[in-house]
Design a protein around this ligand. Structure first.
Ligand code: GTP
Length: 601
């Protein structure tokens, strides 16, 4: 690998809404620069995690270095830094954009600008990136490049007269894209003489080499064998291996300002080399780190309990392993009188939560009961003490608290006109405050609401999709805490309070939620040999009550006679059906019951 002159390096990323063709375009760029041969080309090289491929979304970002011979005869080094496409990971998006000088804005020419595109374009503009609009999928009969150009100009204010028309699928427009990267994206600043500062934009845990850190050198130079210091954590390490991603790892001796690469240094867990941290040299450190480092904090919490309590240690081990690779995952042991031993876990958002649950079950073979997600409430007690509550069952008693505040988010939606009504209604019933609405070209509208995060983490996204027949898109960001009259709603099954079913709700909705919840639980909890009362209460006041009638027949009743093998079969079948049940006292409660509260509003 030859040393690249700073003037011939271009660092860029691709901004796109999910499914607009980012991965397909990245593949084409790798192919047409000969970085990956056609034979080597696995479909969608950059999305390498299985789960990502299955869900068709990019979760972890990575990078690829390409050598490109331009029409001017010079060879350029193009570093593509991939970004995740989901709001849960917007901090990672922001760090990878900070490592670039330019971005391709890929918009599906048959669809148009979506909320996620907007969010990421604004991030790119904040970082002063040169943005090159690319209208993808022009091979589709429904493509309307002129309309979409106008839309980009209207909404983003970006000149689209030179927008590139492309089809990543058919390879159209690829040479134009490569030339534009060379001519429009500025080269990095030549700051090789300055003390080393490199920005970490991704890292992952490798069981053999420890953490592999992906970074962009912003200033100075880094050599194999150097002792480096991570400025946020203050920890020092000797570099074992230094290299570039082309796109597989290729070892090099040194990297200088403007270049993108990876290192390994026997770092034990990704939390020791966090995204956004600055790498400098242990001797001759830079005086200050690069701007913008923040420690990412979980926003959504839930309880994870093994349905078989013997799996508790296995769950702990699995979480410990996942955490090596996921600095944003938090957990601590939780004991619930109803559920036994488990963990309270914190996630960046709902997608992150789902991914972790799925990996625990799939990769570690665990059978888990998950409780409904909660946000962090800020409670001021009467004595002035402020406590953060991530588990509704820990809410201090009403006589002991002065006020409760809950996190609010600004939700931006892009909606076809005919669905504006249903989505306004949805936002209103979720306690939303209307903020803004703008008409765009071609019957599309932007809609902005401020909503309690708790209302968004229940099934808001699914509701938005179904009420707009899949056409609306949304994006949200935290805007702060607000006081509201909130109360804790307890659920009692067979007379016992079931702490994982407790929720915090608005006082005006408590009666309705309580009633709907007990009705739903009545449907979800199977009949037993005895009658089971199900109640919702606020403090000692019961607000709704139902009961599950006793079972009349048992499964063996039909097996008169002594056919033991048939009996066994039936019992086995029943045992299978029992999976994902948790025995609470003498009542078996199925997984769905713990999520029931999400589907009520
Ligand atoms: N017709 C057509 N289809 C395309 C084109 N580019 C991509 N696609 C298809 O669009 C779908 C989404 O493409 P991806 O490249 O996976 O989209 P993405 O933006 O990377 O999606 P995420 O990884 O979820 O962010 C795939 O089925 C592609 O085959 C194109 O130019 N024309």
């Amino acid at each position: 690998m030859t040393d690249a002159a700073v003037s011939r390096i271009r660092n860029f990323s691709i901004i796109a809404h999910i499914d607009h063709g980012k991965s397909t375009l990245a593949d084409r760029l790798l192919q047409s620069t000969g970085t990956v041969s056609d034979r080597e080309m696995k479909e969608q090289f950059l999305d390498s995690m299985d789960l990502e491929r299955e869900r068709g979304i990019t979760i972890k970002l990575q990078a690829a270095r390409m050598n490109y011979v331009s029409e001017d005869g010079e060879t350029y080094v193009l570093n593509l830094i991939d970004t995740p496409g989901h709001v849960d990971f917007s901090y990672e998006v922001s760090r990878s954009l900070a490592a670039c000088e330019g971005a391709l804005l890929v918009v599906d020419a048959s669809q148009g600008v979506e909320a996620q595109t907007l969010a990421n374009v604004y991030l790119a503009l904040e970082h002063d990136l040169e943005i090159i609009p690319v209208l993808n999928k022009i091979d589709l009969p429904g493509a309307e490049p002129e309309r979409v150009k106008r839309e980009i100009e209207d909404i983003i204010g970006l000149d689209c007269s030179n927008a590139i028309l492309a089809s990543a699928k058919e390879g159209l427009g690829i040479p134009e894209i490569l030339e534009s990267i060379v001519h429009l994206v500025p080269s990095p600043e030549d700051t090789i003489e300055k003390p080393l500062r490199a920005l970490i934009f991704d890292s992952y845990y490798d069981p053999y080499r420890g953490v592999i850190v992906y970074f962009r050198v912003m200033d100075g130079q880094l050599n194999k064998g150097d002792r480096v210091k991570l400025m946020a954590s203050g920890k020092e390490y000797d570099i074992d291996e230094l290299g570039v991603l082309s796109p597989t790892q290729v070892v090099v001796d040194s990297l200088h300002a403007g270049e993108v690469g990876y290192l390994s240094a026997s770092i034990k867990a990704v939390e020791d080399a966090r995204v956004g941290d600055t790498i400098t040299l242990a001797k001759g450190s830079a005086p200050s780190p690069l701007p913008g480092y923040t420690e990412i904090k979980p926003m959504v919490f839930c309880g994870l309990f093994p349905s078989d309590s013997e799996q508790f240690e296995d769950l702990r081990e699995a979480l410990d392993k996942l955490r090596l690779n996921d600095a944003a995952l938090q957990y601590e042991p939780e004991t619930s009188s109803a559920m036994g031993f488990g963990f309270r876990c914190g996630f960046l958002g709902l997608l992150h939560m789902e991914i972790v649950q799925e990996r625990l079950e799939r990769e570690y073979n665990l059978d888990l009961i998950t409780t409904a997600p909660s946000v962090i409430y800020r409670v001021t007690k009467l004595d002035g003490e402020v406590v953060l509550i991530d588990n509704p069952s820990n809410l201090p008693d009403p006589q002991n608290r002065e006020r409760i505040e809950e996190p609010y988010v600004q939700v931006d939606m892009i909606v076809p006109e005919e669905f504006v009504g249903p989505l306004m209604e949805l936002s209103q019933t979720r306690r939303g405050d209307f903020k803004d609405m703008k008409y765009l070209a071609q019957g599309r509208t932007t809609l902005t609401y401020e909503l309690p995060l708790a209302e968004v983490v229940s099934d808001f996204f699914d509701q938005m999709k179904s009420r707009s027949r899949g056409y609306a898109s949304m994006e949200y960001q935290l805007i702060g805490y607000r006081e509201n009259p909130l109360v804790k709603l307890d659920i009692l099954i067979n007379g016992d309070p079931v702490d994982p079913l407790a929720t915090i709700v608005h006082r005006d909705k408590a009666y309705y939620v309580g009633k709907a919840l007990v009705e739903r639980l009545k449907e979800l909890i199977p009949r037993h040999q005895f009658k089971i009362p199900v109640q919702a209460s606020i403090g000692s006041r019961v607000v709704a009550s139902e009961h599950i009638p006793a079972l009349r027949k048992d499964v063996l009743a039909k097996c008169y006679g002594g056919d033991i093998s048939r009996k066994k079969k039936l019992l086995q079948k029943q045992a299978k059906g029992k999976k994902r049940l948790k025995a609470i006292g003498t009542v078996d409660v199925p997984q769905e019951a713990f999520m029931a509260v999400l589907k009520l509003q």
